[in-house]
Every structure is written in C-alpha cells, then in structure tokens.
Design a protein around this ligand. Structure first.
Ligand code: LLP
Length: 423
C-alpha cells in the first residue's frame, strides 16, 4: 500500500501528522468522523497563486462552495483573498467570516429575487448574470432602490474541459452562462437596462481540470470578446476566468498554476483590465483529511469489507462521482499488506462506499483511517442522511489546533420538529 506524504500530512514514527499535530490525538479528543485542515496548506496555495500571476493585475476570489467553514474563509480572507459566493447562504457565511462586501462576488445560475436584493443591498463588488431574464430582474431591482448594479455576464465559451460530466460547465449543452454572440448583443444593444453597468465578462468551464489546454482555448475566446467590446466602445473593468484547477487525488498529473500563468499571460497582457480568478478546490482539497474509525472488518464470500464509522453522508464524492480518495492508516501497524477491501460506511445503501477494491495494510478494529484530499467538496456536501450528525472540523496551525465546528448534536438534527409536533 502506498502512503501519501506531503509537507502538510506526514508520517513521523509511523504516525500520521497534520503539520506538527498527531491526527490520532485529534481523533481521540474530538471523535470521528472529523475533518482536519492544514492552515499552512491554505496559506501556501494562496501565495503560490498570487505569485504565479504577480506581473499582471489580478484579484483572487476563493470559491467558498468548496469549503465554507468560517475559519477557512477567514484564513484566506486574512491573506487578502476575496470570496466568490453562489447563494444567500454562502454570502451569509462570507460576511460572518468578516469578508468586506467589496471583496465578494455573487455567482449562480439561478439567483432568487431575494439574492439579487441582497447582492445589491450589500454593495457587493459585482453580480454575475447568466441569462437575459436575470439581467432584466437585476435592472428592475436596482431601479427600485435607485442604484446602478455592477454586473458581469457569465459567458459560455463552448469549450470541453475534459472532466467528469457533472462538473463540466463550459459546453454549449450545459445550463451555464450565455453564449458569446448573445453576450455581445446584450452588452452592446439591449435596450432598457439603464440601471445596469456591465463591468466584466466571466467564465467557469468546469472543475478538476487537469490540462491547461481548455483554459487557453476559453481565455482566447473570452479575450476576443473583450477586444470586440472594446472596439465597439465598451471598456470592461475585468475578465473573470473562474476556478477549476485540478489537483492530485491519486497520482494523476496536473499542471502547476505557474504553467497556467505562462500559457494564458500572453493573451491577458493584450487586455487592459483586472483578471479575476475563483479557485476553490486548488486551495482546499489537499488541505484536508477526513478521519474515520474502523468499526468492523468482515469477509462476504471472497470479498473483504472494512466497515468504518464514516459514510456517504460525510463524504459524498466517491458515491456521486466515483471519485478516488486515497485512504491510509493514521498509524502504520505493520500488519499484513496486499489486503484488498472495500471501505464502506454504516448507511443502508450499497452506494455507501469510500473506496472499492483498494489495497490496504490489513486493518484492525478501532484503528483510525485518514481519507485524504477531503478538504474540498467534503463537509459542504455532507448531509444528515440516516439521522447522522455531520462531522466536526478542526484547523491545524503548526503545533496547535482548534475545533472550528463541533459535531452536530441530535437536537440540531431535529431543529424545531419537536416543538411543532406538540403544537
Ligand atoms: N466558480 C464557479 C462559478 C464555480 O461554479 C465553481 C465550482 C468554482 C468557481 C470553483 O471551482 P474549483 O476551483 O473548485 O474547481 N462538487 C464537485 C465540484 C463542483 C464544482 C462546482 N463549481 C466535486 O466534488 O468535484
């Protein structure tokens, strides 16, 4: 079995550490399942991004849909990062984390009237619009409150990001954005939008993209549109390239942000505007692990199962996308290697698995396992299915660590049902 070691998650004396803290210590203190994040990882990835684009004017907005824990948002916010929110709930979180409204951008293919009102009322840096009807609604709301709304159009550049179909967003067949020709027409010709100021054009072609090629293709299309608009007398303030940078979950080859920067800078330098980025997974995926405890091991006919206390409700990615998350022991136990098993949770579905046919060191009851690369789209996609409480979250900083969200209680789970039951 392979052990993933990095500067952030590393074995010392056969014990897995997050930075300088033993993962076993955290698991014993807070129980399992628990998400553990490395602050240094978040910081280093932000700095890596910053430095890759340092010679062009740019602004980074953390896509907090990948991890919306207030402490994670604040960690990045304190470094100077803005935040991209996709809903009223994410906006609420970004504000609670202390992010200034002029560092927040509002995305989303289906914003409600209330969300548009909130975006305008809070004077967010911009609202991204994805349909003409949405633009008209923003215009009406802005008119009713006597404001000019800063709006960017999310353009669908019709580029294949070559990723999982559920997270590919830049193809003509996807629900996202407005096609290039229509975006040009709306910005240059659409009448009756007196309360809209178009300030940018945006794209987000997909997530977990592992090659720079689709970016180059899409940026070329977007920069053409930018220049075409400029020739038509419209000067936009920014070009937003979205998120999507792929990370390594297994040993897959990805690209460095610096390589992306080298590939797209020649296109960007020709434009005189701020370039926005909205990375989510790149900052958070490998910042986190989810710690599980082995409940039982068993064999059904020829197949081995490791039943852990962590399930699809805690980390949905393997079940929903067939995503690979490396799983390794928190303590290397010297047990039999070449033991192949499925790692499964207690939820009442065969779809409840965290790994299939994986080779392990044979596990013993009560051992802890670390499910790697779980910092992005982990906790944010967790649910209470089967009446399960969502995991606790811990943020490690060097040799110290802090609980940043407690495990839910059963009272949290029933919310006001009991009160309503007896009404
Ligand atoms: N900007 C927009 C407009 C987005 O829709 C997304 C992600 C991002 C930025 C950030 O993308 P990232 O840098 O994280 O790739 N639940 C899926 C991923 C869904 C991504 C949705 N949009 C997963 O677990 O793989």
């Amino acid at each position: 079995m392979e052990y993933f070691n990095s500067e952030y998650f590393i074995y010392k004396n056969n014990q897995l550490y997050c930075e300088d803290v033993s993962i076993e210590e955290i698991a014993k203190q807070f129980g399992t399942p628990t998400y553990i994040y490395s602050k240094k990882f978040l910081t280093d990835r932000y700095k890596e991004f910053e430095s890759a684009f340092k010679d062009i004017k740019h602004t980074i907005f953390f896509a907090c849909k990948s991890n919306f824990n207030l402490s994670v948002i604040r960690t990045l916010g304190n470094l100077g990062c803005g935040v991209d929110v996709n809903s009223e709930g994410e906006l609420f979180r970004a504000l609670k984390a202390g992010i200034k409204t002029n560092k927040i951008i509002f995305s989303g293919v289906g914003k409600t009237l209330n969300e548009i009102k909130l975006g305008l009322g809070n004077n967010l840096l911009m609202i991204k619009a994805e349909s003409l009807q949405e633009i008209k609604l923003i215009n009406e709301v802005a008119n009713s409150v006597g404001k000019i709304a800063p709006v960017a159009i999310r353009v669908n550049p019709d580029v294949d990001a070559d990723t999982h179909p559920y997270i590919s967003t830049g193809l003509a067949e996807n629900k996202f954005g407005i096609n290039t020709a229509e975006a040009f027409r709306i910005i240059t010709e659409e009448k009756g939008l007196a309360n809209i100021r178009f300030i940018g054009i945006d794209m987000h072609i997909g997530s977990q993209i592992t090659s720079v090629k689709p970016y180059v293709e899409a940026v070329a299309k977007l920069s053409d549109l930018y220049l075409k608009l400029q020739n038509a007398g419209i000067k936009l303030a920014h070009l937003d390239l979205g998120g999507g940078i792929g990370v390594s979950y297994k040993n897959e080859k990805t690209f460095k942000v610096a390589e992306l920067a080298e590939a797209i800078k020649p296109l960007l330098i020709k434009l005189d505007c701020d370039v926005f980025f909205e990375p989510g997974r790149f900052f958070t995926a490998n910042s986190g692990v989810l710690v599980a405890q082995v409940l039982y091991t068993k064999k059904n006919n020829d197949k081995n199962f490791i039943v852990v206390d962590t399930a699809m409700n805690d980390l949905l990615r393997p079940s929903i996308y067939g995503a690979y998350h490396h799983i390794q022991p928190v303590k290397i136990n010297g047990g039999r290697i070449n033991f192949t098993a499925d790692v499964v949770g207690p939820v009442c579905e065969s779809g409840d698995f965290l790994a299939k046919d994986r080779e392990f060191t044979e596990n013993k009851q009560n051992e802890y396992l670390a499910i790697m690369s779980a910092g992005a789209y982990g906790m944010v996609m967790a649910s209470n299915y089967n009446g399960r409480r969502r995991p606790a979250e811990v943020l490690v900083d060097g040799s110290s660590y802090k609980l940043v969200r407690s495990r839910e209680t059963f009272e949290h789970l029933i919310y006001d049902e009991e009160e309503l039951l007896n009404k």
